[in-house]
Each structure stands twice: as structure tokens, then as C-alpha cells.
Design a protein around this ligand. Sequence first.
Ligand code: SAM
Length: 432
Amino acid sequence: MRAFDRLFDKLIREGELTFITADGKTHRFGKPSPDRAPIVVRLTDPRTPLRILLNPSLGAGEAYMDGTFVMEQGDILDLIDLITWNARYEIFGERTELEARIRPPEWLASWLRKRNHERASRRNVAHHYDLSAKLYDLFLDKDRQYSCAYWTGDPATESLDQAQTDKKAHIVAKLAIGPGHKVLDIGCGWGGMALYIHQKTGADVLGITLSEEQLKIARRRAEQAGVADKVRFELTDYRTVQGPFDRIVSVGMYEHVGPAHFSTFAAKCRSLLAPDGVMLLHTIGRIGPKRSADKWTTKYIFPGGYIPTLSEICEAAEHNGLLTADVETLRLHYAYTLEQWLRRTQAHQAEIVAMYDERFYRMWEFYLAGALTGFTNGEMVNFQVQYVRSRRALPITRDYMIAEEQALLDVPHPPSPHMAEMAGKEFERAGE
Ligand SMILES: C[S@@+](CC[C@H](N)C(=O)[O-])C[C@H]1O[C@@H](n2cnc3c(N)ncnc32)[C@H](O)[C@@H]1O
């Protein structure tokens, strides 16, 4: 237990954390804080401290799933928040002494990292997205957007549905889509973005996914909306889709690509994009140095997952003829989104346990709580990166984005003069 005590002694400075171990002993760390209620965890299996030392997130995550890591005071979000808050400057992301001694260094880990070839990608996607659609209904918004929402109002009172609608508008505005355009949505999920694009712009859209469950639902939605000839969905890997497309959008999919394939992804998008085309990539990103995803997450939640840094994204684009026209960092939007997903999951605990079991429920709760703190205390943000092939593909200022977004949201706003310039037409300001 000495190494375990040393680890938490070093780590917990603000707030109070107590472990009660299987032998009934109490190990208290940190000090009381006016901002944080004390947290008490009972470890019912004597092996858990060692498992945590060997690999903190894997050891704690598995023990939490197994029910041998029991929250006696506070919930799992309070605990992960306390740990990641304290760790944010000191040893965040560094290894425990024991872990460092037995695990390969980062260069070797990244060399050994599994490549997401096509068969592996299909298997990885099925692991996560072919879970029951009912599970996703319980915690996502009505349109089943499974990516960071865009909060324009007060996140305490704004609805998740509104923030997800605003996300779609924010992205589509950056694509400057016209009615005759052909649009590709790489990683289309349950089809919400593709249907929105067609409904708002009249463009033809092809959405691709590797999840059979998502495909069935997306196709059914297009049929029910009477637009199945305009909004098509295919079970296709990004590497095999055929172009060209005037616009490409990819939201929350790049996290599945993996660093060994960033260049392939960029080259493929370049080859699919028309010469005056525009692409918008929306992905979770890492603000610290390159690092593999943690072991618990890749084992239980996103096998093959990898969170890119902005430099990795940009390097792949630069080497493959995609001009980065615009970058936006969404710093806290995913924290607000994940908080809603976590609270909804917790509110539906009984249904989720009935659908799967206690262990699955605790796994899902641990996943969302851990992800949330990644965006509040850790190294996670969201990047929206806009690409073009030609520097003349878009207006020269960003005004068109604001005008387009407001038009999509039906907010009265004078259209940007650059929109007319872009369309090669005389601009007429409404009322003039
Ligand atoms: C987090 S979901 C995002 C879904 C949707 N864009 C959204 O925002 O709700 C990731 C999507 O990427 C898709 N995906 C992952 N790897 C893929 C690949 N190699 N080719 C095509 N789609 C892939 C998954 O099938 C899934 O639809």
C-alpha cells in the first residue's frame, strides 16, 4: 500500500479523498476544500490498489465496473473530477512509477499501436455503434447527434436539442452549400446531419457509416421523410467511397481513423473533393503532446480510437494538397454536452441495467464521466477544420459563415456581400 499512498499523497492537494481498503483501513488524502465535498471510496477487493498502480484508468475503471470500487460518498464524476483537477498541472498524463517501470515508452507504444485497416475499422465500429439504438435514445437528443453540440445560450438552461440543432447550423454554414451540390457525410451516424443538409439546402447527400444498426435507422428516416432518392446512406469505409463531391463533412469520425491513416484519410478526401470544393472536419482534439488513448477507453469503449493533436491533423492535410482555410477550437462545448449525456444516463439507470446489466451501466457511466473531465480538466477540446483545394473556393472574409448560420437558424441578418461575390452575382441587400 505504500506506493498507492505515495501516489495519492502526491496527487491530491485540493479536496479530500478517502479510500477504505478491503482490510478495513482508512487512507485519507488531501485536505478539506470549501469548493468540494469530501469523497469516500470503498475498495472491496485487496488487489485493486495494485491494479490502479499498474494502470490507473484501466485498474480503477475495471474495478468500478466489477463493483469492487464502490462510491460511498460522492459519485464517479465527483471522483474523476477531483483527480483530474488535482492532476491537471502536476502529473497529468504521466505514469505512476510502477507503470513507468513495466510499460513500454511512448515511442514504442505508438509503434505497436494497432493499425485501423478496413476489417479492424468495421469490427471497432460494430463494438460501439451496433449497441441497441434504444440505449442511444435514452441519453442523446431527439436527432441522435453523437458529437459535441454547440451552446449559444446558457448551458444551464439551454436544451440539448437546441444545442445540437445549432451545431448542425454552425457546421453547415461553414460549408456554404448550394442546392445543386453533391455532399458526402463521412461517418454519418443515424443520418441527422445528412437529412438536415438536404432539408436546409436542397443538396443531394450521401452518408457513409460502418454500423449496420445506424445504416438501417438512417435509411428508414430518409424513407419516412420521402427523400430517399436525395439522401442516401451506404455501409462504406471512407477508403472505398467514390467521388467527386462538392462538399464533404465529417463529424466525430476522425477519432476512429488512427495516426497511421491520417495521411490516407487526407489524400482520399482530397481526391473526392471537386476543385472548388469545401470540406469541414469536426473532431475531438488533444491540446497537449501526442499521446495514445488510455487503455480502459480503447479496451471497453472505442477500440482503435485515437485523439489527434491539431499539428497531426494539419500535417496530414499539408502533405496531401488540402488547404486549411479556417480552424475553430470549441473549448468547453463538449463538456456541456457530456454533462447532459451523463445526467440522462444516470436518470435512466434502471432501464439501462434492464437492457444490459449493472456492469454495463457502470462502464457507460465511467466512460461519460471520464470523457467529461477530459474537457474540463484534461487535454481535450474540439477542432473544426475547414479545407479547400483552391484558395478562391470561398469568400475572402468569414462574414459568409455568420450570414449563412443565421439564415439556417432563421435569424434575420443582412446577407454577407461576399456570398454574392462567391456566386458571381450582383449583391442586392434586402430592402435596398
Ligand atoms: C461518433 S459517430 C458520429 C456520428 C455523426 N457524425 C454524429 O455526429 O452524430 C462516428 C461515426 O463514424 C463512423 N465511422 C467510423 N469509422 C469509419 C470508417 N472507417 N468509414 C466510415 N465511417 C466510419 C461510424 O460508423 C459512426 O457513424
